[in-house]
Design a protein around this ligand. Structure first.
Ligand code: DNO
Length: 344
């Protein structure tokens, strides 16, 4: 396992020098942010990021994310141009030693939360999800906390209309089409693709969501068995699906999980949740059991502590402050060390 930490590039308020001081963190997970979705990332920009990481003594082996253009998800005739760009991105990233690309296939929206600063009993604050609140929102006039409003309302409306005719099966077919097209570039560069699950793992605003469960994992591997087709195992995303058995999934797919996002949830009721500190006893996910299942299954991927709370007066980027994620990294370091030693 390699412990990593997400870094939002030069605009991140957390400098690489601080990340370097978190014990056992060997590298950062980052991306080129200023290029529009679907376009090719200039090699100079990638190289610049890599140079910054090198200088800080950190690896840059994981990219999160190379986003997938909506035309690819919609299966539009224009998708082939965007897939060609994606392939070029894979090749360019391969040139600087990237080994893993995290991406998602969620239509229109990425992760969704309704409150980014819910105050906890201990005075820290967390991201949380309240289903009723979300359902009361009008998707056509949406201003969601934490969601970068990269679409104008008109664009958003047009996009939502286009998805009206896309079923779950079609969306899955479009994912398979995309994966089959990019696998040769992955074979050539050795880069593994790691799909991030849908967060939360159910349909949103009538938009289909397809990476939600063990069945989705089975289907992905069945349809694209290439070894470079794998997963970002995000415990918080999958864990919100109350029926998902994360320990079983971790054990079964340990060799296909190239990247693990590990975080904790506290269930508020059947659908709602609040993000909690990483420790098993702070929430409803058995973080110890999950790490044990990964280790015992032979997991050799990258790990990062996922969303942290804001603690110690920090007012960090929602989910991505320094302190609680650093504590999370240390907790996970301890779990991995103990379980790996026991295994030996
Ligand atoms: C949220 C993140 C996601 C993730 C993308 C991957 O905190 O885990 O935004 O980066 O879904 O493509």
């Amino acid at each position: 396992m390699k412990m990593t930490f997400r870094w939002y590039g030069e605009k991140d308020s957390i400098p690489l020098s601080y990340i370097r001081q978190i014990p056992n963190v060997s590298g950062v997970v980052t991306a080129v942010y200023e290029v529009p979705v679907g376009e090719v990332w200039p090699l100079e920009k990638i190289q610049h990021l890599k140079d910054l990481c090198d200088k800080a003594g950190l690896e840059m082996e994981v990219i999160e994310s190379v986003p997938v253009h909506e035309d690819i998800k919609l299966g539009k005739p224009t998708r082939d141009r965007y897939i060609a760009n994606y392939i070029q991105n894979i090749k360019n990233l391969g040139k600087v030693g990237v080994k893993c690309i995290c991406y998602n296939f969620m239509p229109v929206f990425d992760w969704l939360r309704t409150d980014l600063k819910k105050v906890n009993d201990d005075g820290s604050n967390s991201l949380c999800y309240c289903h009723d609140t979300l359902m009361k929102l009008d998707p056509k006039n949406l201003h969601l906390p934490g969601w970068d409003e990269s679409y104008s309302l008109d664009e958003l409306n047009a996009l939502l209309d286009e998805y009206k005719n896309v079923s779950h099966e079609q969306l899955f077919d479009n994912l398979v089409y995309f994966l089959k097209a990019i696998m040769p570039a992955c074979d050539e560069t050795g880069i593994s693709m790691a799909i991030h699950p849908d967060d939360p793992p159910w349909d949103m605003f009538n938009l289909p969501r397809i990476i939600t469960s063990k069945e989705s994992y089975d289907e992905m591997i069945r349809r694209v068995p290439n070894i470079h087709n794998g997963f970002t195992f995000c415990t918080g995303s999958l864990g919100a699906g109350r029926n998902n058995d994360l320990i079983d999934m971790a054990k079964t797919y340990a060799n296909r999980i190239y990247f693990a996002h590990i975080r904790q949830l506290k269930f508020d009721n059947e659908l709602d949740f609040t993000e909690a500190g990483h420790l098993t006893s702070m929430g409803d996910l058995d973080i110890y059991g999950i790490v044990k299942a990964l280790v015992e299954g032979g997991f050799k991927g990258y790990v990062r502590p996922d969303h942290g709370r804001n603690i110690w007066g920090e007012d960090g980027k929602p989910g991505y402050g320094l302190y609680d994620r650093a504590l999370g990294a240390m907790y996970l370091n301890g779990l991995f060390e103990a379980i790996e030693k026991e295994k030996k």
